[in-house]
Unconditional design. Structure first.
Length: 717
């Protein structure tokens, strides 16, 4: 996290002030983990900018979170609300992906960091163990206070011209307990040295062995008894993670218990077989500063059968176990990916840290060539050379796909020997080319590059090959989704007017914004119909649901309105309603129809259950026109509709819209409609096009839209 701004009160930079704010917030709320996410300036994502209370390795799968991702912090910022998860059961119900990867007892709160209309990011706090279903008012207020102070600091930095930008890795912050524990020892080095010796003698007198791990899992203390039990020297163990130097501890159970202790802050225990036949019991006692571990021999009478223990694993299995932690997260997150772009982002976010690679390129097979759909790291020329490679060529990425065989090159010389013509060896020192194949069909290729020579042992090759199968299936689904999405929205666009008619007495503009990914094709529509030189009809409507059926019905409603346009508004809606009930489509439709008389400066409007239009008078005053609502179209063939007349003086603006423009989770619809009227009033005397942009600006900035938006702005000249 980078920033050069200094506070007015002293020499603290904004990141340091943010650090103090986060630590104080953790202290005030009792949270054991804290994180600050900031919006990435060049992408629609949140990046982890500050982390306290857990190692970076544990948080790494969530280093980047898409604004549309179904995660607590993205939901909190998107909806501008506090997200509270009191325990594992609620987490599994609402965020199964998160619960799958972190199946430990902890509670979580995520809150938005905003100032005015600016969304800066989000705050995430964890507490050990389950908590009540509702946050206490005091903790809720404390969280709000932290978010407010963080927002003000970010605003101050931006206003000074030095905005805080999230870096590649977060700023690691010591948690409150660690700071409190260190403070009394300052300036007492001699006493501390004597205390350390006394502590070591105390540990040696205890039965069994003991050691201490820092939050990153590295040994900071190990007793001689513990070293003997582990079968390694003290100097060999200090500064290392035990599963890195002890192959028999590299099974997932050891690292899983370490993660469980750090996240839940609860004691955990497990047993492991030290070859050839000695069982050891481990008991872990965590706090914010690390983990204390008790080690004891399991009595022969209580020891499991050695045949039940997993076979000894090579040292490289440690890397594989860490990779599996990230790939489990990838498997969970890919189930929720939709389009190809989404899959590419999630793959890049998870695969690089999981494999240790420094560069990645994800390519699809299209019309006999490989096309890069996502890349991360490496050099720009590399991706340019990979993109467009013919499948018939001998390029490594194409060769692995046509043969269906993964290729692993531990060094540049191996790559040159196998593919003399490949122009890749100057970019990276080692390479992995994985074919992406589904049911025998080539989907694409995944390329991984390493800065240093990288031997690929058999177990790592197995993991990478399995990874390729997982990505291939997700990519194939995403390509199908994108194709259907393009087809659906092409159909929808074809059913809307290509252009609005021009009339000398009217200035008109329209906007249509489809719902977010996964919502299907909608049935919102608008229309402006020229009747003669001085009269016109305006219509807007919303067919229930998101489906091809909804879009088809929308086209039928537009046709019916066109066929009856010019009749009184109440008659237009009544005839359209009778047609829809005869068709019996099983879907209901809201509609608002307006007859515009430009010569008399009047308008007559009728509504079939549609949101009320907004009128801005020539003087700038706005009002929401609460028309008689009428019954939705398609329910009762005998339904009648009432028309309301209004003045439409030169300079007046009439705004027709569908509910997607004003519906915001947690906000009363009348309040949201009044806010729309306020935005219209504040837009001044702009023309219809500028007014339309002002009115949809808030909606465009929402990360996720659950409904389509149709807007028609009619300004009397």
């Amino acid at each position: 996290m980078r920033d050069a701004t200094r506070s007015a009160a002293g020499q603290d930079s904004v990141p340091e002030l943010l650090e103090h704010t986060l630590v104080q917030g953790m202290r005030d709320t009792g949270a054991n983990v804290g994180a600050v996410y900031l919006r990435s300036p060049d992408e629609r994502a949140l990046r982890l900018a500050m982390l306290s209370g857990v190692p970076w390795e544990i948080a790494l799968p969530w280093a980047r979170v898409g604004l549309e991702a179904p995660t607590p912090v993205a939901d909190a910022l998107r909806d501008r609300r506090l997200v509270w998860l009191g325990g594992q059961e609620e987490m599994a119900r609402r965020y199964p992906q998160l619960a799958l990867v972190l199946p430990y007892p902890f509670a979580l709160a995520a809150a938005p960091v905003t100032t005015g209309d600016t969304d800066w990011g989000g705050l995430v706090l964890h507490w050990p163990g389950p908590h009540p279903g509702e946050l206490s008012p005091g903790v809720r207020d404390a969280i709000g206070g932290v978010c407010h102070r963080v927002g003000l600091l970010l605003r101050m930095a931006a206003d000074s011209g030095h905005p805080v930008v999230p870096g590649a890795t977060p700023r690691m912050v010591s948690p409150p307990e660690a700071r409190d524990a260190v403070a009394p020892a300052v300036g007492r080095a001699a006493e501390a040295s004597g205390a350390a010796a006394a502590t070591a003698r105390f540990a040696e007198r205890l039965p069994g062995g003991c050691c201490a791990l820092d939050p990153d899992g590295r040994m900071t203390f190990v007793s001689a008894t513990a070293a003997r039990l582990l079968g390694a020297g003290v100097s060999e163990l200090l500064g290392a993670r035990p599963w890195e130097v002890l192959p028999w501890l590299s099974a997932p159970v050891a690292q899983d218990n370490y993660r469980a202790s750090m996240i839940s802050r609860r004691p955990t225990s497990f047993t492991a077989l030290r070859p050839p036949a000695r069982w050891l019991a481990f008991r872990l006692y965590p706090d914010a500063t690390g983990i204390s571990v008790r080690i004891a021999s399991v009595p022969a009478a209580d020891a499991p059968d050695p045949a039940q223990a997993p076979p000894p694993t090579p040292a490289s299995a440690t890397t594989r176990t860490a990779a599996l932690y990230h790939l489990t997260h990838l498997a969970a997150t890919l189930t929720e990916a939709v389009g190809v772009r989404d899959v590419a982002d999630r793959v890049a976010d998870q695969v690089l840290p999981a494999t240790g690679a420094q560069a990645l390129a994800l390519m699809t097979a299209e019309e006999g060539r490989l096309r890069t759909v996502g890349h991360r790291g490496g050099h720009g020329e590399l991706h340019d050379r990979l993109d467009g490679s013919p499948l018939s060529s001998t390029a490594p990425a194409a060769h692995c796909l046509t043969t269906g065989t993964p290729s692993f090159f531990a060094s540049s010389s191996e790559l040159r020997e196998a593919h003399p013509s490949a122009r890749l060896q100057d970019d990276m020192a080692a390479w992995c080319f994985l074919p992406l194949i589904v049911s025998g069909r080539p989907v694409g290729s995944l390329v991984l590059g390493y800065d240093l020579p990288h031997p690929f042992d058999p177990s790592e090759r197995t993991v990478l090959t399995s990874l390729a199968g997982l990505i291939a299936q997700a990519l194939d689904r995403a390509r199908l989704y994108d194709a259907n999405h393009r087809l659906a929205h092409s159909l929808q666009a074809g059913l809307l007017p290509r252009a609005l008619p021009r009339m000398s007495g009217l200035d008109v503009a329209a906007r249509y914004l489809p719902a977010g990914h996964g919502m299907g094709i909608g049935g919102d529509f608008y229309d402006l119909i020229r009747l003669d030189d001085t009269t016109a009809a305006a219509a807007i409507g919303d067919v229930q649901g998101h489906s091809v059926q909804a879009a088809t019905l929308m086209g039928q409603v537009r046709t019916a309105v066109h066929a009856t346009a010019g009749a009184p508004p109440s008659e237009v809606l009544a005839r359209t309603n009778r047609l829809l009930t005869d068709l019996d489509p099983g879907l209901f439709t809201s509609c608002l129809y307006a007859h515009l008389d430009l010569a008399r400066h009047r308008a007559h409007l009728a509504s079939a259950g549609h949101p009320p239009p907004v009128l801005r008078h020539p003087g700038g005053r706005t009002e929401v026109l609460r028309l008689p609502p009428g019954l939705l179209l398609g329910i009762d063939p005998a339904a009648t509709y009432s028309a309301t007349g209004i003045a439409l003086a030169p300079g007046a603006v009439l705004v027709l819209y569908t509910d997607g423009l004003v519906e915001v989770p947690g906000v009363d619809l009348d309040v949201a409609t009044d806010a729309l009227a306020d935005r219209l009033a504040g837009a001044g005397g702009a023309d219809a096009e500028a007014l339309a942009e002002v009115l949809v600006d808030d909606v465009r900035r929402r990360a996720h839209r659950s409904d389509d938006v149709a807007l028609l702005v009619v300004r009397a000249r």
